[in-house]
Design a protein around this ligand. Structure first.
Ligand code: PRT
Ligand code: ZN
Length: 304
């Protein structure tokens, strides 16, 4: 019996989006971190099978509140939603906040100010007195305040992009990824209010020291999976004399391993863990510096 099977151990809860843009990638990330759940099709709750870590499947908008109220210990949600809800919560409780433990490199988008295509744009000041439609009133208000502009915020829960053509707003603040929706509605993005991607947040729950240790372990694994997906193991042969120049080319590599090559005193084998993205340009630069037999391998798991 492991320490985690003890009946006295509390269970940790992780909230993710039930269905939508972040749902599948969030679940995959947890599964790749070694967590396994007893899936149930309709239920909002999946019981953790191999560790006392359960899953709550909810609307993304509910995740920050569940975290702020300590109902969940961890949550994966877009920074846009988390920041909006934190600002909203602070209106009644000034010190409300959530710790962002890691950005997760999916669900990338921008919250942007957009105007009708034909309208000229010079600066935020021209928005003074304008009506701005958005589902993100707090982030929009915050941005307007930063630019010292007073405008009227029109809250809409969806279909924000049609507000200008309906005549209910002069501008919008909405999420943009490819920009197709804006173009289809004859709108033009002119300012970025905030950039966003999915992130891992710590809830405001208190845990026993055992559960806190388990939570740390889960977080470390998630960060490890996240880091491994960006990390590559690079192997090649190179002239011994060029090692210093070659080390400069390798992105995010610390102290590569240098091994002798049988029967070749002037060439060595180099193995390096590159923690930043490896592009074709890096490989071409290695080749120009005399490297050959260059291999780039994915890294499945990492514990640093
Ligand atoms: O049901 P639930 O409330 O859980 O889901 P939801 O409908 O509120 O959210 P969902 O699944 O649409 O999005 C979840 C999160 O994905 C958002 O909070 C963002 O963090 C992130 N994300 C990334 C996006 C987009 N990209 C995005 N493009 N969320 C919404 N969009 C919208 C955008 O506003 C536009 O209307 O998708 C449309 C297409 O965008 P374009 O620019 O590609 O045309
Ligand atoms: Zn939502």
């Amino acid at each position: 019996m492991s320490a985690y099977d003890s009946p006295s151990t509390e269970r940790i809860r992780i909230a993710i989006q039930k269905s939508g843009r972040l749902a599948e990638t969030s679940l995959k990330l947890l599964e790749r971190s070694g967590l396994s759940f007893a899936r149930s099709k309709d239920k909002l709750f999946w019981y953790g099978r191999n560790l006392p870590v359960d899953l709550l499947l909810v609307r993304d908008d509910d995740i920050p509140r569940l975290l702020l109220e300590g109902m969940c210990d961890l949550g994966i949600v877009g920074q846009n939603v988390a920041r909006e809800k934190i600002l909203d919560a602070r209106r009644s409780t000034a010190d409300d906040d959530l710790d962002e433990l890691a950005t997760l490199d999916f669900g990338h988008c921008r919250l942007m100010l957009a105007l009708p295509e034909q309208q000229a744009y010079q600066s935020p000041q021209q928005l003074s007195g304008a009506r701005i439609a958005t589902s993100y009133p707090q982030l929009t208000r915050h941005w307007l305040q930063q630019h010292d502009v007073e405008a009227k915020i029109v809250f809409l829960n969806g279909a924000v992009e049609i507000a200008p053509s309906l005549g209910t707003a002069d501008a919008i603040v909405d999420l943009v990824s490819t920009g197709t929706t804006l173009r289809a509605n004859h709108l033009r993005a002119v300012e970025t209010v905030t950039e966003s991607q999915a992130a891992l947040y710590r809830g405001r729950s208190t845990l026993s020291s055992d559960s806190a240790a388990l939570l740390d372990k889960v977080v470390q694994r998630i960060q490890g999976v996240q880091q491994a997906s960006e990390t590559k193991y690079v192997m090649f042969h190179a002239p011994r004399a060029e090692l210093a120049a070659i080390a400069e080319i390798l992105p995010g590599a610390e102290s590569p391993t240098v091994l002798p090559l049988e029967g070749q005193s002037d060439r060595v084998a180099v193995h390096a863990l590159c923690t930043e993205q490896v592009f074709w340009g890096h490989l071409e630069a290695l080749k120009s510096a005399g490297a050959s037999a260059i291999l780039v391998l994915p890294v499945e798991k990492m514990l640093v």
